[in-house]
Design a protein around this ligand. Structure first.
Ligand SMILES: C[S@@+](CC[C@H](N)C(=O)[O-])C[C@H]1O[C@@H](n2cnc3c(N)ncnc32)[C@H](O)[C@@H]1O
Length: 147
């Protein structure tokens, strides 16, 4: 989806600390990597291997529940650092009440949404929108923030 969005001249960067995830993505998107349109690296959001002001936008989906408080603060500050001024961050996450009902939620950090919003704001980003994707109580949440 992101490759389609950035078009032929744009570049998508992807990071994940899991070797397995990066290896799988490298296999799946071999063609885009060869074309220089996709760069994937094994890394954590708390230490993003990019220079300041590099990205027009960034997205992190379904990740915040795996990251402890201090690391989450560092990670959102890192995302703010690599975004250009005016760049946008999208944080996607499941509804907390819904996630609490799932059998595999053990070990996940299910924070109230207001806390996620506070983490984003504390990183120096301005939340411009909070949308729900769908209308049921299980609908996904998306925060959009600007640097
Ligand atoms: C539930 S998967 C979500 C994958 C995909 N974004 C989606 O929504 O389908 C969570 C991913 O977050 C990654 N992750 C965990 N800690 C992370 C961190 N500190 N920085 C970046 N990614 C992390 C995991 O390795 C895993 O691939």
């Amino acid at each position: 989806m992101l490759l389609d969005q950035v078009g032929e001249s744009g570049v998508v960067y992807g990071i994940d600390p899991s070797r397995t995830v990066i290896a799988g993505a490298r296999r799946r998107y071999r063609h885009a990597i060869t074309q220089g349109r996709l760069r994937l690296e094994e890394a954590s959001m708390s230490r993003i291997p990019l220079l300041d002001n590099t990205l027009d936008s960034a997205a992190t989906i379904n990740t915040v529940y795996y990251i402890p408080d201090v690391e989450l603060s560092d990670s959102l500050r890192e995302l703010a650092r690599v975004l250009r001024p005016g760049g946008r961050l999208v944080v996607g996450l499941g509804d907390t009440d819904y996630l609490r009902t799932l059998p595999w939620q053990e070990g996940m950090l299910l924070r109230p949404l207001t806390e996620i919003a506070e983490f984003i704001t504390a990183a120096g980003l301005t939340i411009t929108d909070h949308r729900r994707i769908g209308s049921s109580w299980r609908a996904f949440h998306v925060y959009i923030a600007e640097r």
